[in-house]
Design a protein around this ligand. Structure first.
Ligand code: CUA
Length: 342
């Protein structure tokens, strides 16, 4: 810009105004995003997430100031330096002072961003109590394994509010990425390698988790619930999960128990307390208590479960659940049985 210098001297750009505009944009964007129902990283309820949001706001603010300063200077130069019939711009070659200034300013900005990032990284670090469970990524669902407690909780996991949640993370097939946006941070799930993540959930509630690494055609239908509860509710959840499958009560459900044992579901699925011992698909011991089907592709209702059992490949193409040609009556019995597995 200085290369096209003109006769009148540049008046200093009102930086205060630029900062005010930048701040207004930052606050406005945050409010808009905070109001929506998506699991926005800006509505953080986790220790790491809070630090990351603070850092993001700082960086966003600094960059907004840079953006508006540059735009402002650009408009200023275009208006003030435009060609006029009576004058010719003075022809100069470089300006050492300005060269130094516009090298120094970005260097300072980058240094500040670097220091802020290092500070945030330090803030996120905390003592690790050791993993409470292992999250295994699979195409396309989540296997939360509580090995010491003796149960698996596919696609829905409870943790304690205010207590450090520590998770070992791995994959059974391709690379996935464990991410609960409102808790902050994400970590790759790599086959043959155990990664780790820990943070403190600060507010109880049900948060959406998702896969953050493209892992195949159903990457977008790989979601889970991350439920933050007080300690007593967590203990009650663990107790429920540890129990074997409930005995079916209704006639249809009892028939469904016979069907599921006879049509080969047990080669992939386990239902603790029955003959089904598969490990490839989700553990169904407490299927009826969960809110979703097929990693939250569908809500867990009898109608949706019937739809899923009739044609899983239509609901979630290329998933590992095969189409089983069963008579409608048997499908309905399966639905009755599975929904009783609270
Ligand atoms: Cu798993 Cu993307």
């Amino acid at each position: 810009m200085a290369g096209t210098s003109h006769k009148r001297s540049l008046r200093p750009w009102p930086r205060g105004a630029a900062a005010a505009v930048a701040a207004a944009v930052v606050v406005g964007a945050a409010l808009v995003l905070a109001g929506c129902e998506s699991p926005s990283i800006l509505r953080s309820e986790g220790s790491a997430g809070n630090e990351i949001v603070t850092l993001a706001m700082w960086i966003f603010g600094i960059l907004a100031i840079v953006l508006f300063t540059v735009w402002g200077l650009l408009v200023f130069v275009i208006v003030r330096g435009r060609r006029r019939p009576e004058s010719e711009a003075s022809q100069t070659k470089g300006n050492l002072k300005i060269e130094i200034v516009w090298t120094a300013i970005p260097a300072v900005i980058v240094t500040v961003l670097f220091l802020l990032t290092v500070y945030t990284t330090r803030q996120i670090e905390m003592p690790d109590p050791g993993a409470q469970f292992t999250a295994v990524g699979r195409q396309w669902w989540w296997d939360f394994q509580f090995k010491e407690l003796g149960f698996k909780a596919p696609n829905e996991v409870y943790v304690v509010k205010g207590r450090t949640t520590s998770i070992d993370v791995e994959s059974a097939d391709v690379i996935h990425s464990f991410w609960v946006p409102q808790m902050g941070g994400k970590v790759d799930m790599i086959p043959g390698h155990v990664n780790h993540i820990h943070f403190v959930p600060l507010k109880d509630g049900t948060y959406l988790g998702e896969c953050s690494e493209f892992c195949g055609v159903q990457h977008g239908r790989m979601r889970f619930l991350f439920v933050v509860v007080p300690p007593d509710e967590y203990s009650a959840w663990v107790k429920r999960q540890q129990q074997p499958a409930a005995q079916p009560s209704g006639a249809d459900a009892r028939a469904g128990e016979q069907v599921i044992a006879s049509v080969g579901c047990g080669s992939c699925h386990a239902i603790r307390g029955t003959s089904l011992k598969g490990t490839f698909g989700p553990d169904l011991t407490h299927f009826g208590s969960r809110g979703g089907i097929a990693a939250y592709t569908l809500r867990n209702t009898p109608e949706n479960l019937l739809r899923w059992l009739q044609d899983p490949q239509a609901v979630k193409p290329e998933c590992n659940m095969p189409n089983l040609p069963l008579p409608l009556q048997q499908q309905k019995e399966l639905v009755a049985y599975l929904e009783e597995l609270k």
